[in-house]
Design a binder for this molecule. Structure first.
Ligand code: CMX
Length: 426
């Protein structure tokens, strides 16, 4: 099988042709209607975006290029990036070539560490990640090519270059942010003998005598890779990039959206929730205690973190993959055990509460308990891991959008008066 670039080179003419033909023959076909409730309600369910890298079914959950995420959870994240971009998993040769590309680009520019060190000591790790990425914007090959009059047909190649640079370096930025923010010492250099996930663990500097933390990291980076293009972070990234802003601008902006508590920050809040419960009840709580705690949370007007989803209507398969990992590696962990107990009682409580359309857990409900087991106990760092993984999807989506010459995003907004007019006309 071909290297990633050769494979894309081979696929892109066909991709352009099939979209061109579809638009020519069926461009006027109606895909979706929009109600007033949807316009006022975060556009939930409105089909107005195109994304080929992945898709989320309300019951089956995430599929990457048509393959359910659970059948991919033994793949390393580099292979997933290849799959996101091309629709195929790489063979050994293509994977080795992609890994070599990443290793060749992974040295972090020294100024990134200077920028991170200059930030306020109480900066959120997500702010450090986003800032570190944005600081590297001066390295963008897309921006440079554009300034030099690059042909539109070559945009995707510059996007691939930026993607490989970003993927190679984002783990270094994230690990440096961890070490600086939490007083762990100087940032550690990348080790070219390690794969992407293993290297990230190594640069965090957390001992991993069994190698299982590196396995968890690979799983983590695989499971969080992409989730269509309508979620806040992906959609923000797509919108920024549609103005031909390069990937450094777009990914940094998208990750700022991921930092919100209703989106990626939920994984930080989930573990804080679990730790608070353990503290309150002095150990592993009983089901009755959990039910009591859940109702207190809901009655205080707060959400149960890690439960519910804008699209999913069943247990997130990524939750199931993490659960299987936890059962194998740390079945006796207090935090993992409490997450399991919550899984038993929370869906019933939320059903009785009657508000959430989906009472089942999403991926964030469990990931923190596993990180905690391996000594990554700084909960405010958890969303950074989510962000590092999501860079894979954002980059893959961008390469394809550039190949197709995606236009600038510009949906139409309406005023209250226009809504009333539409209501009266109906
Ligand atoms: N606990 C309590 N109430 C919840 C809830 C939960 N876990 N999930 C949804 N609800 C409430 C909503 O707040 C909303 O209440 P109001 O009508 O008072 O505003 C009502 O149920 C209906 O919401 P919904 O249509 O079921 O859910 P949304 O699509 O509006 O929101 C989400 C989805 C994820 C923001 C929401 O379920 C939530 O806040 N969950 C907790 C935070 C979380 O786990 N986020 C991570 C999501 C994964 C990700 O994107 O990263």
């Amino acid at each position: 099988m071909a290297t990633l670039k050769a494979k894309l080179q081979e696929q892109i003419p066909g991709l352009r042709e099939k979209y061109g033909q579809l638009l020519k023959e069926s461009g006027d076909v109606v895909l979706s209607k929009v109600t007033i409730a949807q316009a006022c309600g975060g556009m939930r369910g409105v089909k107005g975006l195109v994304c080929d890298t992945s898709s989320v079914d309300p019951d089956a959950g995430l599929s990457v290029r048509g393959r359910g995420i659970q059948e991919l959870d033994d793949q390393i994240p580099e292979a997933i990036f290849y799959l996101l971009c091309t629709g195929d998993l790489p063979d050994a040769e293509a994977l080795a070539s992609l890994q070599a590309e990443i290793k060749a680009r992974q040295e972090l520019p020294g100024y990134v560490v200077d920028v991170l060190r200059a930030m306020p000591a109480n900066s959120h790790p997500m702010t450090m990640l986003d800032t570190g990425i944005l600081a590297m914007q001066c390295e963008s090959k897309f921006a440079q090519g554009y300034a030099e009059g690059m042909q539109k047909s070559a945009y995707w190649e510059a996007s691939l270059e930026d993607s490989l640079d970003l993927i190679a370096r984002v783990t270094g930025v994230a690990a440096a942010a961890y070490r600086i923010r939490f007083g762990k010492g100087d940032p550690l250099a990348a080790d070219p003998s390690l794969d992407w996930g293993g290297n990230y663990v190594n640069m965090l500097g957390i001992p991993d005598s069994t190698g299982e933390f590196a396995n968890l990291m690979r799983l983590y980076l695989t499971l969080h890779c992409d989730h269509e293009s309508g979620n806040v972070s992906a959609n923000t990234c797509v919108t920024i990039a549609s103005a031909l802003s390069d990937l450094y601008y777009a990914v940094s902006g998208g990750l700022n959206g991921l930092a919100g508590p209703l989106h990626g920050l939920a994984n930080q809040e989930c573990l804080a929730f679990v730790l608070e419960i353990i503290k309150r009840y002095g150990g592993r709580p009983t089901d009755e205690q959990l039910i009591e705690y859940a109702w207190e949370t809901l009655n205080a007007g707060k959400v149960i973190p890690g439960y519910g989803h804008a699209v999913l209507r069943a247990t997130d398969p990524r939750f199931a993959s993490f659960r299987a990992f936890g059962e194998r590696v740390c079945p006796d962990s207090l935090q993992f055990g409490t997450v399991n107990s919550l899984y038993k009682v929370i869906p019933g409580v939320l059903q009785e509460h009657g508000k959430a359309k989906n009472p089942w857990p999403n991926v964030d409900a469990i990931s923190g308990s596993l990180l905690y087991h391996f000594g990554l106990t700084e909960t405010s760092y958890y969303t950074v891991l989510f962000g590092v993984s999501r860079v894979l999807g954002m980059c893959a989506q961008n390469i394809i959008a550039r190949a197709l010459g995606a236009p600038i995003t510009r949906p139409k907004s309406v005023t209250y008066e226009m809504l009333v007019e539409a209501a009266e006309a109906a």
